[in-house]
Design a protein around this ligand. Structure first.
Ligand SMILES: [Zn+2]
Length: 218
């Protein structure tokens, strides 16, 4: 029986990394609506042309279109391949559609996993980070400075870079957006008893292990 899950988490919680682990280690498929829309608009199909027209007009893509994309994707997947939903559903209506789509394909939602972050700790983590411009090694103003100031430990490079959007205001805005997006759907899944929360601030392996323990209990 395929394992179908929703993975939730604010930007910076490591959702992409964890989804990547599940894809690599368990052969699950990541159904990211953002990626699916970008792919669809490139495709030479009726649905692709509809998506392109809506996106170009600046309007939001309708629930019907998103549902059709998800159903198309599920149709191409082996029955026993698990699905990770990412960025969907975002409304109660979409949650209802997802149930119907899954049900029609003999699937059901097994878990909703939320990577939890402490907002202040996330601000601290994100606002201090920088990387070596040459090799990409990651550093942090407060937690991981190069052994010799201004010189990369890995490659000896002396140029570093920071992302312009790694600032406190952006982090807090994204957290508020995330809460607003998940607020309509979390209670639906909580009522079913399928929501699990994992500490997204723990190190990557600990987060992976916690997710494994939920999805594949011994
Ligand atoms: Zn370097």
């Amino acid at each position: 029986m395929a394992l179908n899950i929703i993975l939730l988490g604010p930007p910076g919680a490591g959702k992409g990394t964890q989804a990547g682990c599940l894809v690599a280690e368990h052969g699950m498929a990541q159904l990211s609506t953002g990626d699916m829309l970008r792919e669809a608009r490139k495709a030479d199909s009726d649905l692709g042309r509809q998506v392109a027209a809506v996106m170009d007009s600046g309007a939001l893509v309708s629930d019907e279109i998103v549902s059709a994309l998800i159903d198309d994707r599920l149709a191409t997947m082996p029955a026993d391949q698990g699905a990770i939903f990412d960025g969907y559903p975002r409304t109660a209506a979409q949650a209802e559609s997802l149930d119907a789509i899954l049900d029609a394909r003999g699937r059901a939602l097994a878990h909703v996993i939320e990577l939890e972050v402490d907002e202040d700790a996330l601000v601290d983590r994100i606002t201090g980070r920088f990387t070596c411009a040459a090799c990409g090694e990651g550093y942090h103003d407060r937690h991981k400075l190069p052994a010799t100031a201004g010189t990369c430990d890995k490659c000896g490079g002396t140029e570093f870079k920071r992302r312009a959007d790694d600032n406190e205001e952006t982090v807090r805005t994204r957290m508020a957006e995330y809460r607003a997006k998940t607020a309509p759907i979390l209670p639906i899944y909580e009522a079913r008893g399928i929501v699990s929360r994992v500490d997204g601030m723990a190190d990557m392996d600990a987060v992976s292990n916690a997710i494994e323990a939920i999805l594949f209990p011994a």
